[in-house]
Design a binder for this molecule. Sequence first.
Ligand SMILES: Nc1ncnc2c1ncn2[C@@H]1O[C@H](COP(=O)(O)OP(=O)(O)O)[C@@H](O)[C@H]1O
Ligand SMILES: [Mg+2]
Length: 319
Amino acid sequence: MPEHAIEVKSLVKRFGDFTAVDGVSFEVERGRIFGFLGANGAGKSTTIRMLCGLLDPTSGTATVGGYDIRREPERVKRAIGYMSQRFSLYEDLSVAENIRFFGGAYGLTRKAVDARLAWVLEMAGLEGRGRSLTRTLSVGWKQRLALGCAILHEPRIVFLDEPTGGVDPASRRRFWELINSLSEGGITVFVTTHYMDEAEYCNDIRLIHAGRIVAGGSPQELKTRYIKNPILEVSCDRTVEAMEILQAEPWVLETSIFGLTLHISVAGEEEGTRLVRARLAQAGIAVDRVDRIMPSLEDVFIHKIEEQAARPAAGEGGP
Ligand SMILES: Nc1ncnc2c1ncn2[C@@H]1O[C@H](COP(=O)(O)OP(=O)(O)O)[C@@H](O)[C@H]1O
Ligand SMILES: [Mg+2]
C-alpha cells in the first residue's frame, strides 16, 4: 500500500484556452477527512473528476489508492466510491431498485447486494422505505441513499462532490456524522463543499481559488498560520453603513459582515478597539460591543482570497 491514499502532483486541466485547474499538488493521508473548499467555479469538480479517472488531465500526475489516474483509470474506478454533485440516483426507481442497480454496476453478486441492502437502508435511515419511489424522498434522504449507493462495494477511498448542497442544516449535520463514521472505519474521505463552516469538520483542508490552492492545513493551523492581525467583532447599529465607514479608514485592514456583526482586521487590539468606537461614535452609530475574536475559517478564506485578488495576475507563485 502507498504511504498516502491520494497523491497529486502539478495537476492541470485546460478547456480550450481556459485553465480550470492550474497546477494543484497535495497528499491525502489514509483514513482522514480531506476537505476541498472553494466557491462555485473554483475547480473542485474538475479536480475530483480527474482523480476518479473520469476526465483526462492536461498535465501532471496523481495516484489514488496507489493507482495512476492516467495509466490505470479502470483500477482507480473500482477502488473508489464517487458521489457526483448531482448524485445521479434514478428517480423513477424505488430505493431498493437503486441500490440493486448500483450494486450490479459495481459487479456485486445478487447475494452480496442483498447483504448490503439492509446496511444501506439503516445507514440512510430508510428502514421500511425500500419500496418507496426515490422521487418521493426529501433531498436529505436522497443524499444519504446516494452515499450508500456510492459505497456499496466497500471502497477504501470515497469522493463526495458537494454532498450537502441544498439541504437543511439538520440533514447536513447528519450527513457529516456519516462522513465521520466512515473515517472512523478507516475510509479516506475526499469531500468538496462551498460551505465554509463545514471546513471545521475536516482533518485537513485545501482552499482552491481560480484553479489554484491558496491555503491549506488543519482548521487550527489555518487560523494561526494565515491570520497575523487581530480580528475584532463589532456589534453595532446600521451594520452595512458602519462597514462602509470603517472600510474607508486606513487603519482598517479588512472588513466583512458576519450575520449581525462586523469583523474587522486591525494592526493592534487596543488601538483598534479605541479607533472603532471613536469613528462610529463620530458617525452617530451606537456601538454595543467590540471584542477580539479567534478568526473563523471564513475569516481565513476571505483574507486569502482578497490577498489573491490584490496580486498582479502574471508571474505569481503559490500560497
Ligand atoms: N467541460 C468543460 N468545458 C469548459 N469549461 C468547463 C468544463 N467543466 C468545467 N468548466 C469550467 O471550469 C471551471 C471550474 O469548474 P468546476 O470544476 O465545475 O468548479 P467547482 O466544482 O469548483 O464549482 C468553471 O469556470 C467551469 O465553467
Ligand atoms: Mg462542482
